[in-house]
Design a protein around this ligand. Structure first.
Ligand code: AOF
Ligand code: ZN
Length: 353
């Protein structure tokens, strides 16, 4: 039976669902899903489960039952991302596809990695394989947005997050104020489990003594990044806890009050912008997605330098009408939903793509 466009959408959506299961473990590699279909039946499927691990296509072929292996050459391989044709940490998927004898490959989006970018598609076509690209392409691109930033700009994908009152205030100076609904906390912790690191500024550490962990949701906690340009903090704050996460500490000053085997210290200089220095250093530490949780000074520093890619704005019912103003970002509204009495907006900055 032939595959209609409707079927193509269905199977590529399945690839997206599979790919999403790798989010939180694959960065700075892309999340990728693959499904092998024959006569509207799944012969095998898989996804990229961890950085450095087998690619989605490898997992999909591996999962085929022995009794079904003879059907592989007649099957269609759906993949959310163009198969790779280079040897990275793993061998090229195009070799595997040729070996397995699949003659029909359908893809959502091509790989933005300059080493691959269409070459995987061309190689398969040159071997007589029918390749269709661009199925639900917009969604496919959105799925690998952070990877695109990583591979093209060699820096982490930057997400800003804050909660604001009805009147657009995020808090008062030198005071710990809670604005969002308790349910939103669970959402925050889920989101934390999907990023590689969370950053806060020294003032936020002083005022809130946050933990920055995912204790209200299953999943691993991200590494922590502390921006303390004037060296005012000490290891008595909870962000410096030795709990298996690494702590990246950025300061202009040599601060002897901060030290530990899990703490990696970086010196900031005045010869270039701090966001640039921080992002460069973090990317070398394999941080692909960085969530900046505040405060406003840090958010604004990154906004002024155009060093942000996405913002999560939590609009709350809180009546606070004075204090520190919420940052202002201009971008594309991706989605908007309610949690408890809060409204959460996701805003994308497409200017850096
Ligand atoms: C695929 N399928 O599931 C993924 C791909 O170092 P490696 O071997 O893991 O290769 C990493 C590159 O492979 C990565 O930069 C991206 O271009 C591509 N990712 N390709 O065919 C997958 N994760
Ligand atoms: Zn591959």
């Amino acid at each position: 039976m032939t595959n209609t466009p409707d079927n193509d959408h269905h199977w590529i959506s399945r690839c997206f669902d599979l790919a999403r299961r790798g989010i939180g473990a694959v960065s700075p590699n892309p999340p990728v899903g693959a499904v092998l279909v024959y006569d509207n039946r799944i012969l095998g499927e898989g996804f990229h489960t961890r950085f450095g691990g087998p690619h989605a296509e490898v997992e999909a072929f591996r999962s085929v039952a022995d009794a079904d292996r003879h059907l592989i050459p007649k099957a269609t391989l759906y993949v959310s991302l163009e198969p790779c044709c280079i040897t990275g940490k793993t061998p090229p998927c195009t070799d595997l596809i040729l070996r397995e004898g699949v003659m029909d490959v359908r893809i959502s989006t091509t790989d933005p990695n300059p080493l691959i970018a269409n070459k995987g598609v061309e190689l398969l076509r040159s071997k007589g394989i029918n390749v269709i690209t661009g199925i639900l392409e917009k969604e496919g691109m959105e799925l690998i947005r952070s990877f695109q930033t990583n591979i093209l700009h060699h820096r982490p994908y930057v997400i800003l997050k804050w909660a604001q009152s009805k009147n657009g205030y995020i808090g008062k100076p030198d005071e710990k104020i809670w604005l969002s609904h308790p349910y939103t906390n669970i959402w925050t912790h889920k989101k934390r489990s999907m990023v590689d690191a969370i950053m806060v500024g020294a003032r936020t550490v002083l005022n809130d003594d946050p933990q920055l962990t995912t204790r209200d949701y299953e999943g691993r906690s991200p590494h922590r990044v502390i921006y303390d340009p004037n060296g005012i903090l000490s290891t008595k704050f909870r962000v410096f806890n030795d709990d298996g996460c690494r702590v990246f500490y950025f300061s202009k000053e040599e601060n002897f009050k901060v030290s530990g085997n899990h703490i990696i210290k970086f010196s900031l200089t005045d010869d270039s912008l701090h966001p640039e220095q921080i992002l460069k250093a973090l990317f070398l530490e394999r941080i692909g997605i960085l969530l900046i949780e505040g405060g406003a000074y840090l958010h604004n520093l990154f906004i002024e330098q155009h060093a942000w890619d996405e913002a999560w704005v939590i609009r709350t019912e809180n009546e606070l009408n004075a204090g520190i103003k919420a940052p202002v970002v201009k971008g594309r509204l991706k989605d908007q939903y309610d949690i408890g009495s809060d409204q959460i907006l996701t805003i994308l900055n497409d200017m850096n793509l």
